[in-house]
Design a protein. Structure first.
Lengths: 297, 412
């Protein structure tokens, strides 16, 4: 245990800001997961691998001399089609089945993606240099890399666009209707098959954006997807489905929690703390539900 | 019915057992000495696995074309059977079993990485098969009392030892304040133990001691602490990911520290791809082409590097060089043993005392090479932003003077 973070107030500020910027990025991935979970009732274990694949798209653009920030536009377009293709090949066969089947199927996809990426891109850890500078706050006591600020900004931008799209567009309304009641939507003339494919595509596209941002801010590697899946799963569980402000808030909360866990418990427990929190939340939710049931009695 | 089935399966099992024992024959066939190696051609170690394989192949071609191995008045040539271990320790151990008991291999070359070498060593030990390995540096490999394991490289705990000693020397012999961040894997933790030893001996103090989880690609928290505590030395080891994450975030967060020492800079291609961000970083290396060791086959480091680049199209990382050295050691041991008896070859290996282009090789009773110091190079850039690795320590091999302390970011 180390309480240095509280001894120096500026470190607390730094930890909060780092956590919030990181959390916004997590929230974007989680929003995609919440969307397809809500609409299709599928928990996508391959979420993190889609993120990493998006990261590789930005990385390859960087390798060929294009600024990786353009990856934020290119990666979602490619990933949308990857998502739709994945839906047509695998997901459509598990969409009405038990949740467990979909977890198994996407777990399989996750392994496949890891190995394919390893095969195609090699086992090296890579990153894309954006060349963005650094922002100093409070007399240089707090340092924020501009790449992190850029990531958070782009994530918010995409989230806002998506919300507007869901509210205003025809497909967006169809997606929401399917989420509420797939059978009723079908009877009223919504082509649910198409809606499912589009939803999975949109999810993959969001992962693509997040991946491009991660390759600009951190590093990527074919086997680094799982922590992103876990984090987004947790954010969705806390926030609930179809609750965007909730996803954003719990994303930031998780980011800040991770940073403080890192300072207080030590870096080695950072990922472990996330898992522990997940268990606690699941237990708490169960406890709350059982109390609700008691009222009903 | 059931009984016939049982008998049938029993008979077929027996048949398989017999046929496999029939196929195992000694693997010095005609004029060939057949070595076996499980190596990571796919999976997460595949890049370094390929470097290792290229190093082995280059040495095999060179030794064969320069007269081969002379044993008992007859000339033999090397040949290697490779299997892909998929970067998976369990698979590596299975393949070692297969190489020895099915293919009849009597002499092994090591795989890539400490983890896989650890998986294979018990197998080679069990069968009494001498193994010369070039890519497993973890200290725990050399403390188990293995008799048939020989490593041409310096053990992991010595990787950054030189850096701490240099820092202390530059501090007028007084202890320094060390911040360290190590990944939680066998190799990096061994490097950490080495630092702890060096700190104790030099009276240095460790003020930050972070362990990075394998999945983590963010070390901002560690770096904020470094900014606050202002240590004299920052040490980072976590394979390519650790090196890249550190370089990126140190540059982005403008962390000023008088000395930054790391491992895996070569593998992370720091000087080539991350230029100015990595400037002044000190890197531990088993080998560098400018070292002036010599042998009859590859002449010296510069010639080796040129020949390797000619053949494979890239600069040889130290993983390739040490792998080539492993074959030179085998050749030397076979000729001194003048026999293919595994025990005699093992004893000859244990008595090795030679110089190769890669460095001096002499094994301690544990199997590690004690005659070759680690070198430190520093990433140095010219005005145009072109960066290069230059050896700065130990002084005997230095091709440039160490820049210390590292200039502040605001002054660059």
């Amino acid at each position: 245990m180390d309480f240095m973070v509280f001894q120096y107030p500026m470190i607390s500020v730094q930890a909060c800001l780092d956590g919030i910027l990181l959390g916004i990025l997590f929230a974007l991935i989680a929003y995609g997961m919440a969307l397809q979970w809500g609409v299709m009732n599928i928990i996508n274990i391959a979420q993190g691998d889609l993120v990493i694949l998006g990261g590789y798209i930005a990385y390859f653009m960087y390798l060929y001399g294009i600024h990786p920030a353009w990856g934020v536009i290119v990666a979602p377009i490619i990933m949308y089609f990857v998502g739709v293709g994945l839906y047509k090949l695998v997901i459509n066969k598990v969409v009405d089945r038990d949740l467990f089947i979909s977890i198994l199927a996407t777990f399989g996809i996750s392994i496949l993606f890891m190995q394919l990426m390893n095969f195609a891109f090699g086992a090296d850890v890579v990153l894309a240099n954006s060349g963005y500078g650094t922002t100093f706050l409070f007399d240089s006591a707090v340092v924020l890399p501009n790449s992190k600020i850029f990531s958070a900004f782009i994530s918010i931008l995409f989230a806002i666009c998506l919300v507007i799209y869901m509210k205003k567009s025809k497909l967006g309304r169809a997606i929401r209707a399917t989420a509420q009641n797939a059978r009723a939507a079908k009877i009223l003339g919504v082509d649910t098959e198409k809606v499912y494919a589009a939803t999975f595509g949109i999810n993959a596209a969001l992962c693509g954006v997040a991946g491009a941002l991660i390759s600009i801010t951190f590093t990527i590697h074919p086997y680094m997807g799982l922590p992103y899946t876990i984090r987004s799963f947790m954010i969705v569980i806390v926030a609930g489905l179809g609750n965007l402000p909730g996803v954003a808030l719990s994303g930031m909360g998780l980011g800040v929690f991770e940073e403080f866990a890192d300072y207080i418990l030590g870096t080695e427990f950072r990922i472990g703390a996330v898992f522990l929190l997940l268990v606690l939340i699941l237990v708490y939710r169960r406890f709350k539900l059982s109390r609700k049931r008691e009222y009903l009695k | 019915m059931k009984i016939t089935k049982i008998i049938l399966s029993f008979v077929s099992a027996l048949a398989i057992l017999l046929s496999s024992s029939v196929t195992s024959f000694a693997k010095v066939v005609g004029d060939k000495i057949i070595l076996g190696s499980a190596i990571s051609l796919t999976g997460k170690y595949s890049s370094n696995g390929v470097h290792t394989q290229n190093g082995y192949n280059m040495a095999v071609d060179r030794i064969n074309s320069m007269g081969g191995v002379k044993v008992g008045g007859k000339t033999y040539k090397f040949e290697i059977i490779y299997y892909d271990d998929e970067s998976n320790p369990k698979r590596a151990a299975q393949l070692a079993e297969r190489l020895i008991s099915q293919d009849g291999v009597q002499f092994m070359l090591g795989p890539y990485s400490s983890g896989l070498t650890k998986a294979i060593a018990p197998v080679t030990e069990k069968y009494g098969v001498p193994m010369v390995e070039a890519n497993g540096a973890s200290r725990s490999l050399f403390t188990k009392g293995y008799k048939y394991l020989f490593a041409v490289l310096a053990p992991a705990n010595l990787y950054l030892d030189v850096a701490i000693r240099t820092a202390v020397e530059l501090n007028g012999g007084k202890g320094v304040r060390i911040a360290q961040a190590f990944e939680q894997d066998a190799f990096s933790q061994d490097v950490r133990l080495g630092i702890l030893d060096a700190a104790k001996e030099t009276g240095s103090e460790i003020i930050i001691d972070d362990k990075l989880p394998k999945e983590l690609n963010d070390m901002a928290a560690t770096l904020v602490k470094v900014k606050q505590m202002k240590p004299d030395v920052l040490v980072v080891s976590g394979h390519t990911k650790g090196a890249l994450t550190a370089i990126r975030q140190i540059a982005e967060m403008k962390v000023d520290v008088p000395m930054l020492a790391m491992t895996h800079c070569d593998a992370a291609k720091l000087s080539k791809q991350h230029g100015k961000n990595s400037q002044y970083a000190l890197c531990a290396s088993q080998w560098h082409k400018t070292l002036t060791y010599k042998d009859d086959f590859f002449k010296d480091g510069m010639t080796y590097a040129a020949d390797f680049t000619n053949e494979f199209g890239y600069d040889p990382p130290y993983q390739a060089a040490e792998s080539s050295a492993a074959l030179l050691v085998f050749k030397d041991a076979f000729e001194r043993a003048n026999s293919f008896d595994q025990k005699k070859v093992r004893d000859a290996l244990a008595a090795t005392n030679m110089q190769t282009f890669y460095g001096n090789i002499k094994f301690a009773p544990g199997g590690q090479n004690v005659d070759k110091p680690m070198v430190l190079f520093q990433v140095m850039c010219d005005g145009a932003g072109k960066c290069e690795n230059k050896v700065v320590a130990p002084l005997k091999w230095a091709s440039a003077e160490l820049i210390h302390p590292v200039p502040k970011w605001s002054e660059r």
